[in-house]
Design a protein around this ligand. Structure first.
Ligand SMILES: Cc1cc2nc3c(=O)[nH]c(=O)nc-3n(C[C@H](O)[C@H](O)[C@H](O)COP(=O)(O)O)c2cc1C
Length: 459
């Protein structure tokens, strides 16, 4: 395969198949980069991807130096979509700088956070865009092997990725001496086994290595000592899916979208008590109001907005007064919330905020890998305290104890799971303190769902 052949495949296909599916259900506020082929091409036909300029970004990348490719990503200001928002180009630059006989690129497709399902749609709808993003990353850092770590609960995504890999190999887009250069690259799929912690980058690498998914200490960071001890770039699905656009259209075009510090678009997964749940790709900086009332079509019949959670069990609660806020990597932080990986859940008058954070804490407690004591024990005790509050056996000292232990877990846990687990407690204490007091002092729940049944058990 070379660029001439790639161009011929595209023009031959377009000559006989000029019509693609019409994009379905695209909201006028959307701007699709990552989802540009979603429900338009047949994801199981590589020629359809090629005829939509697929693999042309890669063919451009390999005519550039590694540093030039990385500089383009740095200039675009692309930040990791897996939740943390670390600058992608810098991560690649650090990995390129580390000499090694082998390096790896990992695509993190574990997507285990409650309320998130955007990566699933990207993987199922346009698997070649991930492969192309990984190939560009591989070329840029000097890796010849990539892994896609996809959760086993996404069988269609895994199947389509495998078909895409096989078709790319058949066309010699993946393999040795790709596009008649010295660059060789292969990709393998690894299935996750239903553990949220395996989405954490170091636990994920342990899992690929065949070990139990336990987080590692950082430093050393993966750029230096990653998979099998080799320099590794690990990026989220959506991050990688942005890369071909940046290569093809340039960093300035990319930066036209979004905000100064959060360029480009974000795919949001919207769920809860709104009319139109689903995935939406919009420029960063859209307001919560627009997300709920325009994209989401407003609250469901009979529902009134009560609160929203952004960033799931690692995020924070948002009230009516926050609806004017922009959603990007930085704007929600002063309000004790985060954009995270883009999962936004909307709650109504029948949902209790304390019961909700208890559910998140139960999730964190169950999913803690158990390696470090603060997270293993702390998430369990925090859950018990919240359970005392909804069960009616807490007193006002429980609030101070929640804060004290929450800070301890936040500051002393080994990885992001424990470090972020107390976040929903802190933001809820900030914005719904009265609800805590009401539960504790009056054994009363505004939503009417907490049963305070532990009191009866004690009596
Ligand atoms: C408990 C936990 C679970 C995570 N799960 C995911 C995940 O499913 N997908 C993902 O891309 N990042 C996840 N992350 C973040 C990754 O550790 C890592 O930051 C990310 O894959 C880096 O890619 P990015 O720079 O492109 O965002 C998780 C982090 C933690 C602490």
């Amino acid at each position: 395969m070379n660029i001439t052949e790639l161009t011929k495949i595209k023009s031959d296909y377009l000559a006989t198949n000029p019509i693609f599916n019409e994009p379905k259900n695209v909201h006028p506020l959307e701007h699709r980069i990552v989802l540009k082929n979603y429900q338009i091409i047949n994801p199981e036909e590589i020629v359809e991807y090629i005829s939509k300029d697929g693999y042309f970004a890669f063919s451009k990348a390999i005519t550039m130096s590694q540093s030039e490719v990385i500089e383009m990503i740095i200039q675009s200001n692309l930040r990791g979509r897996g939740g943390v928002g670390f600058p992608t180009g810098l991560k690649w630059k650090f990995t390129l700088a580390n000499e090694s006989d082998e390096k790896y690129v990992i695509c993190n497709a574990d997507e285990g956070e409650p309320g998130t399902f955007m990566d699933r749609h990207i993987l199922e709808g346009d698997p070649h865009s991930i492969i192309e993003g990984m190939m560009i990353a591989g070329y840029a850092i000097g890796a010849s092997k990539g892994y896609i770590y996809v959760r086993a609960e996404y069988p269609l995504a895994a199947k389509r990725l495998q078909i895409a890999i096989d078709q790319a190999k058949d066309l010699h887009i993946l393999g040795t001496n790709i596009f008649e250069t010295k660059f060789s690259f292969e990709i393998e799929i690894r299935l996750g086994a239903g553990a949220f912690i395996c989405g954490e980058e170091t636990a994920l690498m342990e899992s690929i290595e065949g070990k139990r998914g336990l987080s590692r200490n950082k430093p050393p960071f993966p750029a230096e000592n990653g998979l099998f001890g080799k320099p590794t770039v690990i990026n989220n699905v959506e991050t990688l899916a942005n890369v071909p656009f940046i290569l093809l259209h340039g960093p300035d075009k990319y930066k036209e979208l979004g905000t100064e510090k959060s360029s480009g678009t974000k795919v949001f997964s919207l769920s809860g008590k709104i009319k139109n749940g689903g995935i939406y790709e919009v420029p960063m900086g859209i307001t919560l109001n627009e997300i709920i009332y325009k994209l989401g079509g407003g609250m469901k019949e009979g529902s009134q907005f009560h609160f929203a959670f952004s960033g799931g069990p690692s995020g924070g609660v948002l009230r009516e007064e926050h609806l004017h806020l922009k959603v990007d990597f930085d704007s929600l932080i002063p309000f004790d919330s985060i954009m995270g990986s883009g999962g936004i859940i909307i709650f109504d008058q029948n949902d209790c905020v304390i019961d909700t954070i208890k559910l998140f804490m139960e999730f964190n407690k169950e999913e803690s890998c158990g390696k470090c004591t603060p997270c293993r024990e702390g998430t369990g005790i925090l859950f018990d305290m919240l359970d005392d509050i909804t069960g009616g056996t807490a007193n006002l000292d429980t609030i101070d104890a929640l804060k004290y232990l929450g800070r301890m877990v936040q500051t002393s846990s080994l990885c992001g799971l424990g470090q972020a687990a107390p976040n929903p407690i802190f933001s809820t204490l900030r914005y719904f303190k009265d609800e805590f007091v009401k539960h504790i002092e009056h054994k009363s729940c505004s939503a009417g769902i907490c049963t305070f049944d532990k009191v009866m058990e004690e009596e």
